[in-house]
Design a protein around this ligand. Structure first.
Ligand SMILES: *Cc1c(COP(=O)(O)O)cnc(C)c1O
Length: 670
């Protein structure tokens, strides 16, 4: 439907995201979407107004997302697609190790850093292998938190002395396997989460005739900070109290094996917001370590757990800021806090172990999602009234004329909003009681939306402070809906589950001013299938500034920082399966600075169905029966029947997302 020039002008006036005077630049977009705060040194907007990744975390080389998408389209890879930048993963491993290296050198710390990668953050085999490869020269190890993870980790301890820390609740078979690994000469340290676990371990070790090496998770007085401070991951309920620790040490001394206690561990939660909390925990832990040394128990490792934070962009909907430190500051804080206590207590410094997962993996994967359709809210410019308008229609038509009168004050406009709300509710009641016919109700709806749009267009520039609840309500109601080809539950579970905001930006047209406000909704039929808060410089975080869709031109959104906890999670909600995955490597000798190493297709429909016990053979038989009956009954001709059956069967191999991407339809009023 062609829009009148007036309508276009009014829409533009309706959603001015920024002042229109100066031409919009890519820098403006970077500011609007806070790219610097979450992009770290890895993401940027280039001069063409395209989002780009800098895989090495510096300015050596950049890969343009628009070029990447063109290449994927050329290879007919279906969207949505998850891109893994293996170089980013390597860079993060390097940066973490170098940060600790620099801190150790600067502080003249007498020992070394030994990072371990907690595989629960992203268990994908390629990710683990990539991390280990990048970490080899730093002696990087692994952390596991369950039997399944132990089974996955053990065969990767290929380097001499490589450390594997085993956290989580361990049953007898897991403890027994760990003891066997120790007998193989592997550096596997089970961390005692409960005193009873220690007793089981001793009993099993006695049975095998070996003396175990172990660590202890200590329950500290210092409480965590941030989202996980209370829940502390599910594991915060674990850890030994100080009396239990003393009892454990006494038992080891009684056995003449005090040095069996090799490691002290704490984990104050993921995404530590405030570094002061970490420093307090470190000092407390190092005091315990020093006391043990003075008692003759020569613990070798202090394991500070995970929690190294990632900035997802400040300005969370709940007023939660980003982390208040960077990588280097974190490493400095750890090294200096431990050294300080050791110096005062005159004990040797320990090997520092950290279990950073999020900080290593978050940046490396990006989900690219096409917008399928933009749904613009607001009624038509001219509402045609029925021949005999109902009283409700007449009342609304009068209000419409009224609010278009430029002399109306904001208070009068807000009053008008109350009125139209009331009339709309009444009209719906009348309809359900049979007193209002469908055509009249349709007109009521059209008038309601037209008035609502006009009201907001007038109220927004009035900038009433504080913003009245009515204006916020109108903003929410009139935000565009952009339908995206993905599932919140499959791809950004933490958004739904724990309100985590992820940076989302258009990857193209960033040299154009975003002129619309959108709420992103997914393909699931769930009312929760939407992104409800966004990272932007706007005060109101309930919408994403976006561009108007242009005819057939594809419009992709990039979902960033997907690599930690998100991209391997996901259930089979609405039977949307795993999305297609592409592994990209940076290479300056390639024309566009990248090459694609590996493509993993998204889950096919038959795979998803099999998970819930529907199998192609059975479905085929049932569908054939139906078609045959229709042919027998003369409802369709056999050739058409067979065609339809073929069409049905072919769908088994489709991906679970919208494969042949429909062109974005022109925005519709509604
Ligand atoms: C989850 C977890 C980690 C990883 O934490 P990040 O915040 O991702 O670094 C490390 N150690 C333990 C014990 C954990 O439970």
């Amino acid at each position: 439907m062609a829009k009148s020039a007036a309508a276009i002008a009014r829409d533009a006036a309706l959603t001015p995201v920024v002042a229109p005077e100066t031409p919009w630049t890519p820098e403006d977009s970077a500011e609007l979407y806070r790219v610097e705060s979450w992009g770290d040194s890895f993401f940027m907007i280039n001069e063409q107004g395209h989002a780009a990744v800098k895989p090495f975390g510096d300015d050596r080389l950049a890969i343009d997302f628009v070029k990447l998408i063109q290449e994927l389209e050329r290879r007919a890879i279906s969207s949505p697609v998850l891109i893994r930048f293996q170089d980013v993963l390597q860079s993060r491993v390097r940066m973490l190790n170098e940060a600790f290296g620099a801190a150790i050198e600067e502080a003249n710390y007498g020992n070394r850093y030994n990072g371990v990668y907690p595989i629960k953050v992203n268990q994908l085999h390629e990710v683990v292998e990539e991390v280990l490869e990048a970490g080899r020269k730093y002696g990087m190890g692994l952390e596991c938190g369950s039997k399944g993870e132990l089974i996955a980790c053990l065969p990767h301890l290929t380097e001499e002395g490589m450390l594997l820390v085993c956290n989580g609740v361990k049953d007898r078979s897991m403890l027994s396997l760990i003891l066997s690994a120790q007998r193989l000469g592997l550096n596997v340290v089970p961390v005692m989460e409960k005193y009873s676990e220690f007793e089981s371990l001793l009993a099993l070790a006695d049975l095998q005739g070996v003396s175990p090496v172990l660590g202890v998770r200590v329950r500290l007085a210092t409480r965590g900070s941030g989202r996980w401070s209370e829940s502390g991951g599910a594991r915060s309920k674990f850890g030994l109290s100080i009396p239990e620790l003393v009892r454990l040490v006494a038992e080891l001394e009684r056995r003449g094996k005090p040095d069996a206690l090799a490691l002290l561990h704490f984990h104050i939660g993921s995404q530590i917001i405030d570094i002061q909390v970490l420093k307090r925990a470190l000092k407390e832990m190092t005091q315990i370590y020093a006391s043990l040394h003075q008692r003759g128990v020569k613990v070798r490792y202090i394991d500070i757990g995970g929690g190294l934070g990632v900035s997802y962009g400040a300005g969370h909907a709940r007023g939660e800021a980003g982390v208040n430190y960077g990588l280097q500051e974190y490493a400095n804080a750890v090294v200096y806090a431990i050294k300080e206590v050791c110096d005062v207590q005159e004990v040797p410094t320990p090997i520092i172990v950290s279990e950073s997962g999020r900080a290593i993996t978050a940046h490396h994967s990006v989900l690219l999602v096409p917008v399928l359709e933009g749904h613009r809210r607001g009624g038509p410019d001219h509402v045609a009234l029925p021949a005999e308008p109902h009283a409700a229609v007449e009342a609304l038509a009068k209000i419409l004329d009224n609010v278009r009168n430029p002399d109306r004050e904001p208070e009068e406009l807000i009053e008008a909003y109350h009125d139209i709300e009331e009339i709309r509710i009444e009209a719906r009641t009348l309809f359900s009681l049979g007193y209002l016919e469908l055509g009249q109700l349709a007109t009521v709806e059209e008038l309601y939306w037209s008035i609502a749009r006009d009201l907001l267009g007038r109220l927004r520039p009035a900038e009433i402070d504080p913003t009245p609840a009515e204006v916020l309500e109108l903003e929410e109601k009139l935000t565009d809906r952009y339908l995206c080809d993905f599932s919140v539950f499959q791809s950004i579970l933490d958004h739904w589950a724990i309100d985590q905001s992820f940076p989302i930006i258009p990857i193209d047209r960033l040299d154009e001013k975003p002129d619309r406000r959108a709420l992103l909704v997914d393909l699931t039929c769930d009312s929760d299938g939407k992104v409800s808060h966004y990272i932007s410089a706007m005060e109101d975080k309930t919408f994403l500034p976006v561009h108007s869709l242009e005819g057939d031109r594809p419009y992709y959104l990039g979902f960033f920082l997907m690599g930690a906890y998100q991209d391997i999670m996901g259930d089979t909600h609405n039977l949307f399966g795993r999305v297609a995955e592409v592994h990209v490597y940076a290479d300056a000798d390639e024309p566009d600075n990248f090459w694609i190493e590996r493509i993993i297709p998204g889950a096919a429909i038959h795979e998803m169905l099999a998970q819930v016990q529907y199998f192609p053979n059975d479905l085929n038989r049932r569908m054939s029966d139906i078609v045959k009956r229709k042919i027998d009954a003369g409802i369709i001709r056999p050739t058409l029947g067979m065609e339809i059956l073929g069409q049905y069967l072919a769908c088994f191999n489709d991906t679970t997302y919208c494969d042949a991407r429909p062109a974005p339809v022109a925005e519709r009023a509604g």
